[in-house]
Design a protein around this ligand. Structure first.
Ligand code: ANZ
Ligand code: ZN
Length: 881
């Protein structure tokens, strides 16, 4: 078994002068494949140590970009390293394949979304394969495969049974032209991002996943994620947004439309005496009541509906309001009432959709009160402040302090005043202390074709009925018409008309499909047994999950990761999984950047359209290739299609090979930081691949046979062995800590050291030491440059039965790591006078004696008595006289 083929193991001898990557890379890829180096079983055998490394799967947009190259190279380094360390590594790949671009392609170019998507996948799969990633391709799937989304429908129904799915009415952004709901991000200046139509706020019945049920746990469990970046945990915590406060009920001076009171949510019940108004959201029932009585109120409400609705948009928009003329009574001040406003900065979806305004101590309220001439009454005094002179004219005071102007709360610190105010409200039956969460339930309904159909049938008699198991999967119809606006599933002639599974009467299929974030919330679990009949197989997920190392972009720090954490919990609640946290380790990579270029008329230019020249003083200038139109060299920024500062990975790999692209993308900066892609950088990486090849090829005739005894005596050969083993230790440490750029730097130094030793090729034992060094050069580079590593290793070991991809990670010999001598700087009064070399482990007293005995030191001391001796081990000795 696993016999080696001559073609794979023995690079052509003619190629000694140059590493022929174009021939070598596909050859090694085929060989890894043939030997099944990266395939793992669904259930790891007893006693194996599993490691699951996963990169966020790509959206099949058509071509891979440099962000993918960086992401998948990082993951591949981890996978190859962990495999060499003896782990059974699960490293799969798939496609996050549903989504709007496929539908846009259908509308704009008449190509079916399925064809567009699967063609793109074929293209991108080929590109990824050229990168030489150590993936188990047998596990590949796309979320638009019915084998995947059918199982997702099963999960949806299981969640429903477990009380984790709800159908509720909610306010949505409705694009009347496209006939669809828009996400907040898709509303730009109040208009639909595609249609440009004025967006309406509309109440719609939608499907929701009950993520809020897990809000406390999702927050608390962040503490246990010790291999996640702090930044990501903080973003999640803010998104979940736990705040402690109170709900306070304000009686209306006179009841309206059957309402006698308004309830607000506040985190600052301590500031109740600083109240000057109450405000409700435009969608609040009280606003509706006011609108029914007053056309101007109705006009204001309508205007608010047309506004951009994202929280960020509201935060930035000018604060605007309308005084309804209604008034509420203060809970503690007898006979005092305040006006009720409708305000655009109050969100219906948060708290109760109503607030009490305290302009002295809240920024938004301050801005609002200043604009409308409402009272500003300070009630929190900063530490050391003067109650008579303190005012909040320019800005609200939002920090801690002592309460004043506040009756029974006077003199209390803010936290104590909060508790006291809540007690008083509870005693009067006008409020309660509560914990509020910013997190909302997850609305998953989308009025689109290219998504996972929500497996529900609506019956006039029975209501919403789950699609029975034996009718799953609910397949997307293929014959769809994109010429009309709106959801093609909705105006498909036949698809939605079905019999009610419960009473048999004519009923209607749900035509909403799932938010694509649902698809990406459990794919990591499906990878464990991708062909299973059930969504997941217990034995597979129990063994493989959690993902040990997840790698992806920071743009997914909130939604994708939070949804996946929720899904894992929901799948545990429905018996599919046994764990809560899907990703034990998370790494977020930086972006790939490039200079940007503009032509004389300001149009963006691709890097390959530009020709550079360097002046005598080193300044660079550029013109458009093949002419003399001047080019402005712009900032280095994230690669983007709109600025055309992109470089096509396919072209780079074609020109320099995959190893070069991988090596360069790892070399420049720590992986968590942004890195700049430069032509000179790639060219340098390419030269390095050739250099490694030449070092090995040139040394070949002088090397001892494999297995020859290693030199023991001191001398150049032993020195080389020390360098080799120190490099093994250093590269290992760098790979363990994700410092891949450091690993690259150490390997560069190692190559330099090997080259410097070429002059001493004839020294005793050098044949064996050099063989070892070159083999290690190959093996240590293998996670980063896997093809070159195989090529060099095979050159050194023709006919070897194992590939580098199958070899264990090298261990350094402790004896060769030992530091034998230490060089110390010797100072007198802080001034360098000599350097001495002492054997490692020399006692301090002896070090002082040796330092003092040095001729130059003696001269500097000039016979004066030494007052103080200082020794910084390994670095410096200083004498004070
Ligand atoms: C009175 C008050 C006085 C407030 C004060 C703050 C400072 P977090 O921490 O994010 O939970 N608020 C409550 N519901 C709101 C809504 N639906 N839309 C807009 N704002 C709302 O914020 C809670 C605070 O945000 C609440 O506390 C409330 O204003 C406001 F000196 O109540 B506060
Ligand atoms: Zn029915």
């Amino acid at each position: 078994m696993n016999e080696i083929t001559a073609s794979a193991a023995t690079p052509s001898r003619d190629a000694v002068a140059r590493h022929d990557f174009a021939a070598a890379e596909p050859r090694w890829q085929a060989e890894w494949d043939r030997r099944g180096c990266f395939a793992v079983p669904d259930v790891p055998p007893e006693g194996s140590s599993k490691y699951y490394v996963l990169e966020m799967f790509p959206y099949p947009s058509g071509k891979i970009h440099m962000g993918h190259v960086r992401n998948y190279t990082l993951g591949d380094v981890v996978a190859r390293y962990k495999r060499a360390r003896g782990h059974l590594v699960l490293h799969p790949m798939g496609w996050d394949a549903f989504g709007l671009p496929a539908e846009n392609a259908a509308r704009e170019r008449g190509v079916h979304p399925a064809k567009w998507t699967y063609d793109n996948i074929a293209n991108m799969r080929a590109e990824l394969k050229r990168m030489g990633l150590s993936l188990d391709w047998s596990r590949e799937f796309a979320t638009c495969d019915v084998e995947y989304y059918g199982r997702q429908q099963k999960l949806f129904l299981d969640f429903w049974k477990a009380g984790l799915v709800e159908r509720k009415e909610s306010w949505v952004n409705w694009d009347p032209v496209d006939g669809t709901v828009l996400a907040n991000e898709q509303v730009i200046d109040g208009r639909g991002w595609r249609s440009g139509a004025l967006v309406e706020k509309k109440k719609l019945s939608q499907w929701f996943l009950s993520i809020t049920k897990y809000a406390p746990d999702l927050l608390q469990a962040l503490d246990g994620l010790d291999r996640w970046p702090e930044r990501v945990k903080l973003m999640q915590a803010n998104w979940i947004g736990r705040s402690e406060g109170a709900r306070v009920r304000f009686p209306l001076a006179e009841p309206v439309a059957g309402m006698a009171e308004v309830e607000v949510f506040t985190t600052r019940p301590d500031t109740l005496f600083g109240m000057s108004f109450l405000a409700v959201a435009a969608e609040h029932p009280l606003a509706a009541a006011a609108a029914a009585r007053d056309p101007r109120a109705a006009e204001f409400v309508a205007e608010c509906r047309r506004m951009g609705t994202s929280e960020a948009a509201i935060e930035q928009a000018e604060k605007r309001g309308f005084d309804t003329g209604l008034r509420v009574a203060h809970p503690f001040l007898k006979g005092v009432t305040f006006p009720v406003w409708i305000a655009n900065f109050v969100l219906m979806e948060y708290g109760t959709g109503a607030i009490f305004g305290c302009p002295g101590h809240d920024e938004r309220d301050h801005e609002f009160a200043s604009k409308y001439g409402l009272a500003i009454r300070p009630v929190v005094l900063p530490p050391g402040g003067d109650p008579a002179g303190f005012s909040v004219a320019d800005a609200a005071y939002t920090d801690d302090g002592t309460i004043f102007n506040s009756g029974f709360l006077d003199g209390l610190a803010v936290p104590a005043a909060k508790r006291r105010a809540i007690e008083a409200l509870e005693a009067k039956g006008q409020g309660t202390g509560v914990v509020n969460w910013r997190l909302r339930d997850w609305g998953v309904s989308r009025q689109r074709y290219w998504g996972c159909p929500i497996p529900v049938i609506h019956c006039e008699a029975c209501g919403a009925v789950p699609v029975p198991d034996d009718q799953l999967p609910v397949k997307l119809p293929e014959d769809v018409d994109f010429s009309k606006p709106g959801n093609p599933l909705d105006h498909h002639p036949g698809w939605k008309h079905v019999a009610c599974p419960s009473c048999g009467r004519a009923a209607r299929r749900e035509t909403d499909t799932c938010d694509t974030f649902v698809d990406s919330s459990w794919y990591f679990a499906r990878f464990c047994s991708p062909r299973a009949a059930e969504p997941v197989t217990g034995a597979a997920v129990d063994a493989w999950l959690p993902v040990d190392q997840y790698i992806g972009g920071i743009e997914h720090a909130i939604l994708h990761l939070l949804y996946s954490r929720f899904f894992t919990r929901a799948m545990a609640a429905t018996g599919h999984l046994k764990l809560a946290e899907p990703f034990a380790g998370l790494f977020t990579q930086g972006m790939v950047q490039h200079e940007s270029y503009k032509g004389a008329d300001g149009r963006w230019l691709y890097p390959e359209e530009v020709e550079f020249s360097v002046e005598g003083d080193g300044t660079r200038s550029a013109v458009v290739k093949g002419g003399n139109e001047p080019v402005t060299i712009g900032r280095v920024e994230a690669m983007s299609k709109s600025k055309r500062n992109t470089v096509d990975p396919g072209a780079i790999i074609g020109r320099y090979g995959a190893d070069t692209a991988r090596w360069f993308i790892l070399s420049d900066n720590p992986p968590e930081r942004d890195m700049e892609w430069t032509e000179s950088g790639v060219a340098g990486a390419f030269r390095f691949t050739q250099r490694v090849w030449r070092l090995a090829a040139n040394a070949l005739p002088a090397l001892a046979p494999a297995g020859a005894p290693m030199p023991a005596a001191a001398g150049p050969a032993r020195k080389l062995r020390q360098v080799t083993h120190r490099t093994i230790a250093a590269v290992t440490e760098a790979l363990e800590s994700f410092a891949f750029n450091v690993a690259v730097a150490r390997i560069h130094e190692f190559a330099n050291a090997i080259a410097e030793m070429e002059a001493q090729a004839a020294a005793e034992g050098m044949g064996a030491a050099r063989r070892e060094a070159l083999e290690m050069l190959a093996r240590l580079s293998a996670p980063m440059m896997p093809h070159l590593a195989e090529e060099v290793y095979a050159l050194l070991n023709p006919g070897a039965d194992r590939l580098v991809a199958q070899l264990p990670w090298p261990e350094p010999e402790a004896e060769l790591l030992r530091v034998e001598a230490v060089t110390l700087a010797v100072q007198v009064l802080g001034k360098l006078r000599a350097t001495i070399e002492v054997p490692a482990g020399t006692a301090e007293a002896e070090i002082f004696a040796l330092a003092e005995a040095d001729e130059n030191v003696q001269r500097a001391l000039g016979g004066k008595p030494i007052k103080k001796r200082i020794h910084v081990p390994g670095r410096v000795v200083n004498f004070v006289v």
